[in-house]
Design a protein around this ligand. Structure first.
Ligand SMILES: Cc1ncc(COP(=O)(O)O)c(C=O)c1O
Length: 365
């Protein structure tokens, strides 16, 4: 067994894993389906009450004309960008160098759609209005990922978003929101989803991140855009004969957790403070702006794995199941808070972070 495996196993055995909502097991689907009548008819190839009602509900929530349910965000977003490129006759878009399309989709946008991507700004920064203004090439669409996951879930100020949105409108550039974690950003901005979405021409949101569903995504925009996205969904094989297990779980957990995002955000700030009080530890951002952040610990990976395993066994609190090596002397991991955190007794948390701090201090003394 490698150390990585044993870190994961030690994590799985803790009484109090910190992140997420709970185990991703069959119970998650059962709980959702139990909520609906046995007689409710399945959707069929994108049609039927179960899918159409939910799409209408989501369109209203986003303040958009129309919305389409997709099996995945990867499919929905490539399609959105394809539509905007075809409309302008320009096969070029711009986005952040660490956005999902660039680093997690095996170049789908380029391989399937032959769309070129201009990477804006440095990997560790947010996209600013200046970056968009300085673009030399003509682009059909600018994609903004809010929050920018790979840099700890950072967010630009609302004023900057408004400025980028007006600039894009002025220049005939479509603005697309990768809002995989759209609900999670609303408490920070103190805006409704519709107010944020009004700045964008098209919007995608995921149902299995902060919402905690099984899988699935929604893409919203004007009627012509969503009609075209349905055609592309069919071409991509995304029109499964029945999507209702995803739709019903999406709807159920959306309703369960929509109002909890403010709580997760407050808890993320509290937890980040606990981390930042520990020796050789800092969070990115220092003060979280959503329910997520990254933790950077200045200890070599193997050594830190051993410390964490000992901590999990001694305190019963699980911080992470994996570590990502940043360099020889430090590593990082992502934290994303959901229902679990609020159930951990404060005393247990306090003792665990005290243990971590003392152990990290003892290392260098
Ligand atoms: C920011 C962001 N965009 C898009 C996606 C793609 O979503 P899906 O897994 O549904 O394809 C993800 C998934 O992790 C994501 O984090």
């Amino acid at each position: 067994m490698t150390t990585t495996n044993s870190l994961q196993q030690a994590f799985l055995q803790t009484a109090y894993p910190i992140g997420g909502h709970g185990k991703r097991n069959i119970q998650v689907l059962k709980e959702a389906l139990n909520h609906y009548e046995d007689e409710l008819d399945s959707d069929q190839y994108g049609k039927g009450k179960v899918i159409e009602d939910f799409q209408a509900e989501m369109a209203a929530f986003f303040g958009k004309e129309s919305a389409v349910f997709f099996p995945s965000g990867t499919m929905a977003q490539q399609i959105a960008l394809r539509i905007w490129c075809d409309a302008k006759g320009v096969k070029r878009v711009a986005y952040h160098p660490l956005c999902h399309l660039e680093i997690h989709e095996e170049d789908g946008l380029k391989q399937l759609h032959h769309i070129e991507a201009v990477l804006l700004t440095d990997e560790d920064k947010l996209i600013r209005l200046e970056d968009v203004r300085e673009l030399k090439e003509d682009i059909a669409c600018l994609l903004l990922e809010l929050p920018q996951r790979e840099i700890g879930g950072q967010l630009p100020d609302y004023e900057e978003l408004e400025a980028i949105s007006s600039y894009c409108r002025e220049k005939g550039i479509k603005l697309h929101l990768d809002g995989a974690r759209l609900l999670e950003i609303l408490p920070y901005y103190q805006k409704s989803a519709a107010e944020i979405c009004a700045l964008f021409d098209s919007v995608y949101m995921s149902f299995y991140k902060g919402i905690g569903g099984i899988a699935g995504a929604v893409l919203a925009g004007d009627e012509a855009f969503t009609q075209e996205s349905k055609i592309w969904k069919r071409r991509h094989g995304g029109d499964l004969i029945s999507l209702y297990p995803y739709i019903l779980s999406a709807e159920y957990y959306f309703k369960q957790r929509q109002s909890k995002m403010g709580q997760y955000y407050e808890e993320a700030k509290e937890l980040a403070e606990r981390y930042n009080h520990c020796h050789a530890v800092e969070t990115l951002p220092l003060l979280p702006v959503t329910n997520m952040f990254h933790v950077h610990i200045h200890v070599p990976k193997e050594e830190l794995e051993a410390i964490l395993i000992a901590m999990y066994e001694a305190c019963g609190v699980g911080l992470t199941a994996y570590l990502r090596e940043s360099d020889e002397s430090s590593c990082s991991f992502e934290v994303s808070l959901g229902d679990r955190y609020g159930h951990i007794p404060k005393q247990v948390l306090g003792d665990a972070f005290e243990w971590l701090d003392q152990t990290l201090r003892a290392r260098v003394e």
